[in-house]
Design a protein around this ligand. Structure first.
Ligand code: XUL
Ligand code: CO
Length: 441
């Protein structure tokens, strides 16, 4: 069955094209700074949003049809397989090479874990065949240890050892699926790993337990041949009020404290960054400078709203700053997963394609702008020059740690009055940015 007969394949048609199902900027094989665009940005489809989310919000039900022609209650595996068929048709038509899933995105969730295991084994075989036929690959998998009612007090952070074991059982199967399908990564997003009030919470106890669950997962993953990266996906809040993986700096500190930093990296999501009061590029920079930039959940927040809206990326400034970070980090070991969904009122199958065209073109523009900024060189040169006082004299001694506090103080006393440190030149740098981005008009 063909689910999306209105489009054969989305192709690059160039910036003057007016076709909705065509890329204006994303030209997969165009070489940018030495490698094809598609290798800078291995795009992935999120199973949960694209094939599952049907427009429901807190105030109303579905606006979209994501049943894939099957009654999920009567025929759960028929539904799961139809979803795979629709997903692979979508990815092939979009030219997307990767996908990501939670266990419960693949098959309908049920209380009995043994039934879940059977369902997941069956869909795993089906996915493997599809992968072999199409060349599409798994970017990462994860276990949903936040949706079911048993996780109401968390999973690794739960007050109940029973619940902790159920989370472990789900993680075990999701890891096995990851290995079976050749996934590059395995994600921990701690949706309910946090707390609402200290009146009922032992934070240290909970964090030790989370670290132990990650350690167990790492050990089991390595034992069954998982060679990829484990990721933490930081998020400061929602659904929990205080989430332990608040941002990249917090998550990196946690990983180092518990000896997990060799196996784990960050999966940075743009909307989570802004919820934490940071920019997307800030989170990418913090991860990269610690050698822990692994993968990206590509989406966008709405600055007028205080929650996670998972919009498709459209902000070219943000994509430009993000791609500058990615390029300077030498690329990602992971990819760009569109953890993004159509707006509730963009409810047609056509809208699904239009959303990916927007997202992929936005990042392609970001990549091309970043390339142009690097080639222009003025901004990089400015940043380098800004720290010039550390190149020689007392500055060089600060950098090589050969000066003591007394030496530094003696230098200041000799100078008597401090020299002006120089303009930060923000406005000129913004002007350069606009000039490089928008060129001749
Ligand atoms: C939630 C979120 C998750 C993770 C995977 O905000 O981003 O979908 O990406 O669990
Ligand atoms: Co995400």
């Amino acid at each position: 069955m063909e689910y999306f007969p209105f489009v054969k394949s989305v192709q690059y048609k160039g910036p003057t094209s007016t076709e909705p199902f065509a890329f204006k900027y994303y030209d997969a094989n165009r070489i940018v700074l030495g490698k094809p665009m598609k290798d800078w940005m291995p795009f992935a489809m999120a199973w949960w949003h694209n094939l599952g989310a049907a427009g429901t919000d807190m105030f109303g039900g579905n606006t979209m049809d994501k049943s894939w022609g099957v009654d999920k209650e009567k025929d759960p595996m028929g539904y799961a397989k139809a979803k795979v068929d629709a997903g692979f048709e979508f990815m092939q038509k979009m030219g997307i090479e990767y996908y990501c899933f939670h266990d419960v995105d693949l098959v309908p969730e049920c209380d009995d874990i043994t039934v879940m295991y059977q369902r997941l084994d069956e869909i795993g075989d089906y996915l493997l065949k599809k992968q072999q036929k199409t060349g599409i690959k798994l970017l990462w998998s994860t276990a949903n240890a936040f949706g079911h009612r048993r996780f109401m007090n968390g999973a690794g952070s739960s007050n109940s050892a029973e619940v902790y074991c159920f989370a472990a059982a789900q993680i075990k199967k999701a890891l096995e699926l990851c290995v079976k399908l050749g996934g590059k990564g395995y994600v921990f997003w701690g949706g309910r790993e946090g707390y609402e009030t200290l009146l009922n919470t032992d934070v240290k106890f909970e964090q030790e337990n989370i670290a132990n669950l990650m350690r167990c997962a790492r050990d089991y993953g390595r034992k069954i041949g998982f060679k990829g990266d484990f990721y933490i996906e930081p998020k400061p809040k929602e659904p929990t009020k205080h989430q332990y993986d608040f941002d990249a700096a917090t998550a990196i500190g946690f990983l180092r404290q518990y000896g997990l930093d060799k196996d784990f990296k960050m999966n940075i999501e743009a909307n989570h960054a802004t919820l934490a009061g940071h920019t997307f590029e800030h989170e990418l920079r913090i991860s990269a400078m610690n050698g822990m930039l692994g993968s990206i959940d590509a989406n966008e927040g709405d600055m007028l709203l205080g929650w996670d809206v998972d919009r498709f990326p459209a902000n070219v400034y943000s994509a430009t700053f993000a791609m500058l970070e990615v390029i300077k980090a030498g690329g990602l070991t992971g990819g760009f997963n569109f953890d993004a969904k159509n707006r509730r009122a963009s409810n047609t199958y056509e809208d699904m394609f239009k959303a990916f065209v927007l997202g992929m073109d936005t990042f392609a523009l970001g990549l091309l702008n970043a390339e142009a900024l690097i080639k222009d060189g003025r901004i990089d040169k400015f940043v380098e020059g800004r720290y010039a006082s550390f190149k020689t004299g007392i500055g060089a001694k600060i950098r090589d740690h050969s000066a003591t506090l007394e030496d530094l103080a003696a230098h200041a006393l000799e100078a008597k009055v401090c020299e002006d440190p120089g303009s930060g030149d923000e406005e000129e740098l913004q002007e350069i940015l606009n000039q490089v981005m928008f060129g001749k008009k």
